[in-house]
Design a protein around this ligand. Structure first.
Ligand code: FAD
Length: 389
């Protein structure tokens, strides 16, 4: 029997394995993919996520490959506004980030198994996981604790009865790495039009990750002309035709969706969900990697406490559940607030005015979202009213 099996070796799973190793526990990571593997993502790593990487001892390892970002520029609704980060975030390809995290987990004692988790069921004193290896062979693994870090289509969440069917209109993401751009600087740029948007995350002056988020009903229209769409909308929304005129996809086009996954809880018995498996937040605010790293580390701490003192296991898991649920609720709220502000021309203009007149009001929100400032003041009703006053 394994002490801990982690389903998924993305940021949440690898961070959990590294933190478990720090507590003297060796985990088995089961991932259906062989690494390095790509992941649909804007590839913006917030300052808070960089801080989590520091906790894991990886900031200095990854920094040479990362491009420091100084802020975010919002284009749309007749507004062009620049918001500065208090602490730098990074542009960093997921191919490198995730591979380095997994390598670190393995170097500290975790074992990696390439296999797809197909089933999880409780069997005292832990759980049984059915996994299928690339050869087609299935194996049953016994684990005292399971960390479900298998992303937004989490099999672990579904099999444990924690997934909730998504409601409302679904959205999809299309994009990839682009070249042929001009004059990009150290700002992430968002181009917003109603509920659709695209994000440009610069690697240098001419290259960027570009992700377009569209509604399901616009998907088929956009699928074949993403590059044209980016060129046209960037020109229309920023008034600058030249910078995006030569945009061309380099490498593979990424298409994923629907972008939704909710859960009714983040633990079931000895199973703990972390990262996107615990719930997916609109990627507009770029909180996903931060939450995945933080959640993975927190899950590992709860499991380590439970293994060290079995009588305290229920309390450690309960504590994890309540802290993660509350963190996700608050970060979900931050994302909805930003989408409300950026989705309305009137509100966007008011926030833009405040950025010029009272930058400190907006900074509270920016820092909270980036994971380097407290969330409570950013969500306080009075502050939100003042932002649009
Ligand atoms: C379009 C888009 C843009 C985004 N942009 C940003 C951004 O710029 N910044 C940011 O911070 N966040 C962004 N996010 C969110 C971010 O990508 C996620 O929050 C983050 O990857 C979550 O990490 P994770 O470890 O939970 O899951 P993942 O990174 O998805 O890793 C899950 C792992 O589980 C494995 N797996 C899945 N199913 C199984 C199975 N059945 N058996 C075994 N293994 C399995 C997968 O192969 C994968 O390796 C974006 C998301 C999307 C969709």
């Amino acid at each position: 029997m394994f002490d801990v099996v982690i389903a998924g070796g993305g940021p949440a799973g690898s961070a959990a394995a590294i933190a478990l190793a720090g507590a003297g526990l060796k985990a088995l990571i089961v991932d259906k993919a062989l690494f390095p593997r790509n992941k649909a993502c804007g590839e913006y790593v917030s300052a808070g996520a960089v801080e989590q990487l520091r906790t894991l001892g990886l900031e200095s390892v990854l920094a040479p490959a990362a491009v420091p970002l100084v802020g975010i520029r919002l284009n749309g609704n007749g507004v062009r506004v620049e918001l500065r980060f208090s602490k730098a975030g990074w542009a960093l390809p997921r191919l490198q980030l995730d591979d380095e995290l997994l390598r670190c987990a393995i170097s500290r004692g975790a074992t990696f198994l390439q296999a797809r988790v197909e089933d999880v069921r409780e069997e005292a004193p832990g759980s049984l996981l059915t996994v299928r290896e690339p050869s087609g062979e299935t194996r049953v693994l016994q684990a005292r604790f399971v960390i479900g870090a298998d992303g937004a289509q989490s099999v672990v969440a579904r099999k444990c009865g924690l997934s909730v069917a998504p409601r409302g209109e679904q959205r999809f993401a299309l994009g990839g790495h682009y070249g042929g751009l001009r004059d990009l600087d150290r700002f992430v740029e968002m181009f917003v039009e109603g509920s659709s948007y695209f994000a440009v995350n610069p690697f240098d002056a001419a290259h960027a990750n570009i992700m377009v988020i569209v509604r399901e009903k616009d998907l088929s229209a956009r699928k074949n002309d993403v590059d044209q769409f980016i060129r046209e909308r960037a020109r229309a929304l920023s008034g600058n035709a030249a910078r995006f005129a030569g945009a061309r996809l380099e490498g593979k086009r990424i298409a994923v969706g629907p972008l939704a996954h909710s859960t009714r809880g983040v633990t079931a018995g000895n199973v703990l969900l972390a990262g996107d498996a615990a719930g997916f937040i609109d990627p507009f605010t770029g909180q996903g990697v931060y939450l995945a790293l933080r959640g993975g580390i927190a899950a590992a701490r709860a499991v380590a406490a439970a293994v060290a003192t079995p009588s305290s296991a229920p309390a450690a898991i309960e504590n994890y559940a309540s802290e993660l649920s509350s963190e996700m609720r608050r970060r979900g709220k931050l994302a909805r607030i930003v989408r409300t502000f950026t989705g309305s021309a009137a509100l966007s203009k008011r926030v833009a005015r405040n950025v010029e007149r009272n930058p400190e009001r907006v900074q509270i929100l920016i820092d909270a979202i980036a994971g380097c400032g407290p969330v409570a003041p950013a969500l306080a009703f009075g502050n939100l009213v003042r932002l649009v006053a």
